[in-house]
Design a protein around this ligand. Structure first.
Ligand code: IMP
Length: 434
């Protein structure tokens, strides 16, 4: 059995795509288990940049079969667009290599309209969702009124869909949002059903068999630990299980699949967040601008899905320790170490101060994450450009000390550090001890 899991250890956008891309080259199956097209995974290969929202990034490798698990919510329009985009880049997308769980839920234009109307109605307390219909689709799932991929094969699907749109129009009218024009939407869905019918499989059974046959399965997380519906900074979270245990429910695997699983957490060398919610180490002004970039580079800190500038801040060791625990991380990857070049000093949050107390764990159950004051350790920066470095020995002393500190604070081995967006811009970190 060989299950490998990649999850975000922060608030999403940690650079998981590049690690997935790398591990996918040795995998038979690549699977998404949560979320929908709210995710944005960028993979750079040579001069080509692939921005994927729904399909697992590992699909770019011809050796893989891609799976969309039951834990996902799928907008057929986005899915079909993405399939076409990849076909245009000469990547084979056929029912033989893309399998969608019959139990994944559908996102419709009604969910998107409701997402926007509901978040706007929250006013200044809005969550800043991606507007992709994620929350309302999972709401329908939990209230047992959702539509699933498998329903697309049913003879009464158009009736189910009509009733879904009628209900949505009723709610939209309460929010003074314009109603959806139902008949044209039904026509579009009819065509989508015809195309997607051949891609619907029992993903759970297939993955179970694959693991029993000793195949390599890579589960690709979307968003990050602090956006998890249960373990994140609720209510400023997404609506799915973004953490490693979600792989089992989101793909229909049993606990046996998790034994000896490799669980890789990916974290940026600093921190970002899109949307609202607490962010203890957030920076403003010139420092923030330096970390964010101007938007002129593809790796600058602007959302892949929404284009919004990301909030940025210093690395938070308390959050990393939490992510290691909640996910059961077996290793950590630190991305974008190169972006920290040129700073005189660098700060890492080691604890929180609340009132007179110092906490080295998240204050959940005691206080709001928004009310903590970060306690920092100050480390010397380095000036060298790291982009061409491939060996640990060649990193500046200060960069090595930075990684050492992260290793200690997270309490999990930092295994790799990336020094640029290209596939090969990565440095293997020796075991530093915990
Ligand atoms: P939703 O997932 O669209 O409902 O958005 C809920 C929160 O999660 C918002 O703060 C979003 O900005 C954030 N979010 C959703 N997907 C991602 C992602 O892929 N990266 C980073 N933040 C995300």
């Amino acid at each position: 059995m060989a299950l490998q899991i990649i999850v975000g250890a922060q608030w999403g956008d940690e650079g998981k795509g590049r690690m997935v891309d790398w591990l996918a080259s040795q995998s038979d199956y690549v699977a998404r288990f949560n979320g929908g097209d709210n995710a944005g995974h960028t993979v750079t290969i040579g001069s080509r940049i692939y921005k994927l929202h729904l399909l697992p990034s590992g699909i770019i490798h011809a050796n893989t079969i891609a799976m969309l698990g039951n834990g996902m919510v799928i907008n057929p329009r986005s899915l079909l667009e993405e399939m076409e985009l990849l076909r245009a880049a000469e990547i084979t997308i056929t029912p033989q290599r893309l399998h969608i769980s019959h139990a994944a839920h559908l996102i419709t234009p009604a969910h998107q309209a409701l997402d926007k109307a509901l978040d706007a109605a929250r006013g200044k307390d809005n969550l800043g969702t991606t507007g992709r219909g994620i929350g309302p689709a999972y709401t329908d799932k939990a209230s047992r009124s959702g539509l699933r991929m498998g329903d697309m094969l049913a003879s009464n699907f158009m009736d189910l869909l009509r009733s879904h749109f009628e209900k949505a129009n009723h709610i939209l009218s309460q929010y003074k949002a314009p109603p959806l024009d139902i008949d044209p939407l039904l026509a579009v869905f009819k065509t989508q059903c015809e195309v997607l019918a051949d891609y619907i499989w029992d993903v759970s059974a297939e993955l179970h068999q694959a693991l029993a046959d000793g195949k390599n399965v890579l589960a690709e997380g979307a968003q990050g630990t602090l956006l998890d519906i249960d373990h994140g900074s609720y209510p400023f979270v997404t609506s799915s299980a973004t953490t490693a245990p979600g792989v089992l429910t989101g793909l229909g695997l049993g606990l046996d699949a998790a034994q000896n699983a490799r669980v890789m957490g990916v974290a940026k060398a600093f921190q970002t967040r899109v949307g609202s919610g607490p962010f203890p180490t957030e920076l403003a002004g010139e420092l923030a601008g330096r970390l964010r970039g101007t938007g002129s580079n593809p790796w600058d800190e602007f959302g892949t899905t929404t284009g919004r500038p990301r909030r940025v801040g210093w690395l938070d060791g308390v959050l990393l320790k939490y992510a290691a625990r909640i996910n059961g991380l077996t290793e950590l990857v630190i991305t974008k170490l190169d972006i920290l070049s040129g700073f005189e000093t660098l700060l890492i949050c080691t604890a929180y101060r609340i009132g007179g107390k110092i906490l080295t764990d998240l204050p959940f159950g005691q206080a709001d994450l928004g009310s903590v004051e970060p306690v920092y350790v100050e480390l010397p920066g380095w000036q060298a450009d790291l982009g061409s470095i491939r060996r640990w020995e060649d990193l500046p002393l200060q960069a090595k000390d930075y990684i050492r500190k992260v290793n200690d604070l997270a309490g999990v081995r930092v295994r790799y550090a990336s020094v640029g967006p290209e596939r090969q811009q990565i440095v293997e970190v020796p075991a530093l001890g915990i």
